[in-house]
Design a protein around this ligand. Structure first.
Ligand code: GYE
Length: 357
């Protein structure tokens, strides 16, 4: 990689700017450079979208552990702080640095065409990770690896359908609110669709969809407002665990109880990720009734893709990660979606200790 020496010099300059030289400040986001010298390492620039959740922290950690100096990588990490403009700046900087690979975890799906065209023109492969990009021309990125967010939504919705049936709860008696993720992010789009489609199919009362931005603070705020607006909520579909923690705080602050016993006035919490330890603990206590796993450990997956590309081979354009569905409630054992059966993993203390996150 002949460009590497140049990237090394640039990385060195960046290191100097961080101790106050005052040239070449690259972005308002946080920047981390694992090294400043470069001797034949593969340079990977990673534009991470932010640090909004436990899932995200686990994802960043996974990437950092995959691309170490020991393994021959120079890893440049840029935190976009939830702003697409910061991510675009980071990508442009990676292009100027002539990195060997750009890895992008995009905050939202649209708006990437121009900057990805710039990367393509510069001959730098772009690997998309986690959320997707929605671009006119799919040759603007090399490949994508992440989760099937709509399937995650379908799984928890089907779990709810079967649970309601097992308890003789009528579909129209399910009064649901959706605390959505960051609007326009693939994880939000897919999970929102999974619920909305099921609500339509089964005749559930889906009363509101509001964003909690995947954070605990906004999840709490959203739930507080919803509790003021509706007095009959009995299911809260939270598009990640952090917003579920916020929703639970808001519900418990009003003296109401969270749990699966809707008929006895409890409010059921459904969630996604299964990364936050507190959320798994709450699931064990039946305070979160069902969690669709979302696996954040993409570091080794992206590394495998780069290894293939280094050998001149072609990775699959889209790679989906297999994921589980968790519940401590044993009413539903398996789910069928599009003729495929999924086993519900019953949460036990062992699951807490065995998890790799
Ligand atoms: O579920 C959420 C995070 O895009 C899959 O983003 C990711 C989602 C994850 O903030 O916790």
């Amino acid at each position: 990689m002949k460009k590497r020496w140049l990237a090394g010099i640039l990385a060195l300059m960046m290191g100097i700017t961080s101790i106050g030289c005052g040239v070449g400040v690259i972005s308002p986001g946080e920047s981390e450079h694992q090294g400043t010298t470069n001797t034949g390492r593969i340079v990977v620039g990673f534009s991470q979208l932010g640090a909004e959740s436990d899932w995200r922290s686990a994802n960043s950690q996974s990437m950092r552990s995959a691309f170490t100096k020991e393994k021959g990588y120079e890893f440049i990490f840029e935190d976009g702080q939830q702003k697409q403009a910061n991510q675009i700046t980071a990508i442009r900087t990676f292009i100027q640095q002539e990195v060997d690979y750009i890895v992008l975890a995009p905050v939202t799906e649209t708006g990437w065409d121009n900057v990805l065209q710039e990367a393509k023109d510069a001959g730098i492969p772009v690997i998309i990770v986690d959320r997707m990009v929605d671009v006119e021309d799919e040759s603007l990125f090399t490949c994508w690896v992440g989760s099937n967010f709509e399937l995650e939504g379908q799984k928890v919705a089907e779990w709810l359908n079967q649970y309601a049936k097992s308890q003789n709860i009528q579909p129209e008696d399910l009064h649901i609110v959706n605390i959505q993720g960051t609007i326009g992010a693939s994880a939000q789009i897919g999970r929102t669709k999974g619920l909305a489609d099921a609500a339509k199919k089964y005749g559930w009362d889906l009363m509101a969809e509001v964003s909690g931005d995947f954070t605990q603070a906004k999840g709490r705020e959203a739930m507080e407002a919803l509790l003021k607006q509706f007095d009959n909520i009995n299911v809260v579909y939270c598009e990640n665990d952090n917003s579920a923690l916020g929703a639970i705080q808001a519900i418990e602050a009003t003296g109401k109880k969270v749990g699966p016993n809707i008929a006895e006035g409890e409010i059921m919490i459904i969630s996604f990720d299964g990364v936050n330890e507190e959320a798994i603990q709450l699931a064990l206590e039946h305070k979160i009734t069902c969690i669709a796993e979302c696996n954040p450990l993409h570091g080794p997956r992206v590394e495998a893709i780069i290894e293939l590309l280094e050998k001149g081979q072609k990775p699959d354009k889209f790679s989906y990660v297999d994921e589980m569905i968790y519940s401590a409630n044993e009413s539903v054992k398996t789910l069928t979606i599009d003729d495929k059966e999924y086993e519900v993993t019953i949460i036990t203390e062992d699951i807490l200790t065995e998890r790799q996150y």
